[in-house]
Design a protein around this ligand. Structure first.
Ligand SMILES: Nc1ncnc2c1ncn2[C@@H]1O[C@H](COP(=O)(O)OP(=O)(O)OP(=O)(O)O)[C@@H](O)[C@H]1O
Ligand SMILES: [Mg+2]
Length: 225
């Protein structure tokens, strides 16, 4: 269960305080797939980053399976995130000096998994990149890089998967493959899946669509899938 309570985020920009999220509350049950939609600048990425503990809110809290992550010291937050949360960035964020296999192995090695390399190979095979494991990110297409990023985010089988516009940089056919991968992980492993998207095709797969506007929840409805 992801529980977002009265979350507010204010930042100073050009000497002025700007309210980016304004008293947002949201409960996401375990295994649910939610799409977060809304215009550019409405606070979607900020909300997702706060749920991942990448940033601290001005006020309010985020409780993941009973743990209030807003109160965790940075070191504990990092460990918690590694075990519980897979994050997929719009722009992939692969490490350029590591091969696909090494990129996927990073979170496993950080968790002390002695079979990290083998498991990375399996994960790459599962995303259709068995023969690409020795390739560096520059040698991969955008869709292939995003599939490596999905494999990496899921490497430690996190109960929570967060994806910020995972198909934003992909053509529709490649986007489709990434959508199918995410849906499969949500379905087969019961990972909660929260994704930010402009893509109506992707949002239509969610059980629920939360729409943000100017840092507030404008609507929160079951999708008509
Ligand atoms: N570090 C920051 N300092 C000041 N303002 C910021 C900062 N980060 C984000 N913002 C502002 O907060 C607002 C929300 O940003 P956010 O990235 O969450 O929007 P978004 O809904 O993800 O938009 P997009 O669809 O374009 O990705 C924007 O107006 C942005 O300019
Ligand atoms: Mg964004």
């Amino acid at each position: 269960m992801i529980s977002v309570k009265n979350l507010t985020m204010r930042l100073a920009a050009g000497g002025q305080a700007v309210t980016i999220l304004d008293d947002v509350s949201l409960d996401i049950p375990t295994k649910q797939m939610v799409a977060i939609v809304g215009p550019s600048g409405s606070g979607k990425s900020t909300l997702l980053g706060l749920i991942a503990g990448l940033d601290k809110p001005t006020s309010g809290s985020i409780i993941l399976d009973g743990v209030d992550i807003t109160g965790l010291p940075e070191r504990e937050m990092t460990r918690y995130r590694r075990q519980k949360i897979g994050y997929i960035f719009q722009s992939f964020h692969l490490i350029p000096t590591l091969t696909a296999q090494e990129n996927v192995a990073v979170p496993l090695e950080l968790n002390g998994d002695p079979g990290a390399r083998g498991r990375a190979e399996e994960l790459l095979a599962a995303v259709g990149l068995r023969d690409r494991s020795g390739h560096y990110p520059v040698q991969l297409s955008g869709g292939e890089q995003q599939r490596v990023a999905v494999a990496r985010a899921f490497a430690c089988r996190p109960p929570i998967l967060l994806a910020d516009e995972p198909t934003g940089n992909l053509d529709s056919a490649t986007g489709r493959q990434v959508i199918d991968l995410l849906l499969g992980l949500n379905r087969d492993h019961g990972s909660s899946l929260v994704l930010v998207t402009h893509d109506a095709a992707l949002a239509s797969h969610a059980e629920r669509i939360v729409s943000l506007r100017d840092g507030r929840i404008e609507s929160d409805k079951p999708s008509r899938r």
